[in-house]
Design a protein around this ligand. Structure first.
Ligand SMILES: Nc1ncnc2c1ncn2[C@@H]1O[C@H](COP(=O)(O)OP(=O)(O)OP(=O)(O)O)[C@@H](O)[C@H]1O
Ligand SMILES: [Mg+2]
Length: 334
């Protein structure tokens, strides 16, 4: 497993926005890889840089004001940061697909689902219209839309929210991507529909052997579908490990704060603890650790030293002075 080469390897990624009011360091040093068929979760509060990480991979950062100022995005060994818009369009159409939170922003309300699906399929495959229609029906079946032949004739507004999201997923799958990036794909749905869509992701991943990056602010979604998870705070990963390990051995005070804010079903009444404070202004990050102003365990050294992401255990990375080697702790707290 370890020797399997990654499908995608993001190294030292920095994506900044150059605005009139200052430089917004939306993504500020992100490293991760994803193996074929793996599901990686990216989790964090609003504004932590999850979507901009995805946009950077897809070549969709609005420029200006945004720019990838440093780093590499190696996909199947090629650096996507160096690609032209035209080359990126080809990669987005054939290799990497995406699903967003609100399907209505991606579906065209004035065309039937049939027209939109067939167009997408024909753009990627050398099919006749008849073959494309057959493929569209197969895809709708795969994502669990009943009576797909008939439903093809419908317009997007004739589907419920959950069904629309399934249509979007079917379209995203139409090019047989090796990587699917899903940005909050279930956030707009009610919990039962959310569970069905997550089941669908699991099924697709098994059947199609596709890697998935699942972006969410919800640790419950991570627990449900992800193999590994990267927790982001203020544009940087603060913890990165296997999902089960994160829930059993999560270490970063921010991760623990996120966990404490999930309601659990227990007999006793449980107090939910929100994380105090608000995420920092990315134009003027505090010196030292970005989470220090909100951290329950803050030490004096945290206000001056921005810790590195370190391996605290096998395959478990944490960016926090609490878990640094004792020598370096001594060095920072004389
Ligand atoms: N076009 C832009 N111009 C300036 N700043 C931007 C722009 N787009 C995004 N940002 C900033 O980049 C930061 C990261 O944004 P991003 O959309 O990645 O957050 P997120 O983690 O996806 O949050 P959410 O959970 O709300 O979707 C935010 O502070 C945001 O304000
Ligand atoms: Mg987002």
């Amino acid at each position: 497993m370890e020797s399997e080469s990654p499908l995608l390897k993001v190294s030292n990624l920095h994506t900044h926005f150059f605005t009139k009011s200052g430089i917004v360091k939306a993504v500020d040093g992100v490293d991760f890889d994803i193996k074929p068929g793996e599901t990686l979760g990216i989790v964090g509060e609003s504004g932590s840089g999850k979507s901009i990480t995805a946009m950077s991979i897809l070549g969709l950062v609005p420029s200006p004001p945004g720019k990838i100022v440093n780093g590499e995005v190696l996909f199947k060994g090629e650096n996507l940061v160096d690609k032209t818009d035209k080359q990126m369009r080809k990669i987005r159409g054939n290799e990497i697909s995406m699903v967003f939170q609100d399907p209505m922003t991606s579906l065209n309300p004035v065309f039937t689902v049939e027209k939109q699906m067939i167009e997408t399929i024909l753009a990627h495959e050398k099919f006749t219209k008849k073959q494309a229609r057959k493929r569209a029906i197969e895809l709708l079946e795969l994502v669990g839309i009943p009576d797909p032949q008939k439903r093809l004739k419908n317009y997007p507004h004739e589907f419920s929210g959950g069904m629309r999201q399934r249509v979007m997923i079917a379209i995203a799958l139409s090019c047989n991507p090796s990587l699917l990036i899903a940005d909050e794909p279930t956030t707009a749905l009610d919990v039962t529909i959310q569970a069905q869509i997550l089941e669908l992701f699991k099924k697709m991943q098994k059947e199609l052997d596709m890697a998935i990056i699942m972006i969410t602010h919800d640790l419950g979604v991570v627990a449900e579908v992800c193999d590994r998870v990267m927790v982001m705070y203020a544009g940087k990963p603060v913890e990165f490990t296997d999902t089960t390990n994160l829930f059993d051995e999560g270490k970063h005070p921010y991760t623990l704060g996120l966990m404490n804010s999930i309601p659990k079903i227990t007999a006793e009444k449980q107090k939910l603890e929100a994380i105090d404070g608000v995420p920092p202004d990315l134009r003027a990050l505090p010196k030292g650790c970005s989470f220090a102003p909100r951290c329950k365990h803050v030490m004096e050294s945290c206000l001056t030293i921005d810790p590195n992401l370190r391996e605290v255990d096998d395959n478990h990375l944490v960016r926090c002075l609490l878990y640094e080697e004792s020598e370096s702790k001594k060095a920072v707290t004389p």
